[in-house]
Design a protein around this ligand. Sequence first.
Ligand SMILES: C[S@@+](CC[C@H](N)C(=O)[O-])C[C@H]1O[C@@H](n2cnc3c(N)ncnc32)[C@H](O)[C@@H]1O
Length: 205
Amino acid sequence: MNDLISNVLSELEEQSDLEKSRKIDVKPQDRMLAITKDTGELLNIILRLKNAKNMLEIGTSVGYSTIWCAEAIAEKSGNIITIEQNPNKIQRAKENFQKANVSNLITIKEGSAIKILEELKSQEKHNEFFDFVLIDADKENVIKYFDLVFPMVALGGIIITDNMLYPEKYRKEMKKYSEYLKRNSNVRTTTSQIGNGEEITVKIK
Ligand SMILES: C[S@@+](CC[C@H](N)C(=O)[O-])C[C@H]1O[C@@H](n2cnc3c(N)ncnc32)[C@H](O)[C@@H]1O
């Protein structure tokens, strides 16, 4: 990994640790709420194993997960579309992408995820287009996000969903989601213990 990327990831990990330990006081809407470092490593490895080029992310925050993913697809001239509605976080994400020198790979779509996903889905070119998707925005819409994203995922494509196990306040919602996936014969899915609990779902038909 090059120094620019690893320095930005380290800075953001430090910031995330301070927020989680409440050593610094950050307004709830400005908290990073980022994936863990081991989840970043997992995403990076899956993207590499898959030779993924086209990624969609729902929930950019300040760009920590996006940078982990950009690092894996940079060599393949891949692209990431990432969705975020908080203007302050979008500004911070843009600065972080510039510092990590990955801005050229990333398009930020600003606004409500459902509206943006509907727009993307309505464009023919996105039909079975993405080979990797990260769902990591508000948890109450997780099933809706999956349903909107699914037609845009290529056969063999992977959908990762964060927060399956932690924070515990989401567990009931996320269990419903995982049961919903298990009933779907078009996917194979498993809940991994890594990080905050990652659902790893593969589109098999
Ligand atoms: C858990 S954080 C994302 C963390 C990021 N993936 C990372 O690991 O670095 C969720 C983000 O989704 C955004 N979000 C929540 N609901 C949204 C919605 N309906 N539309 C767009 N963005 C949304 C929040 O503003 C927040 O920044």
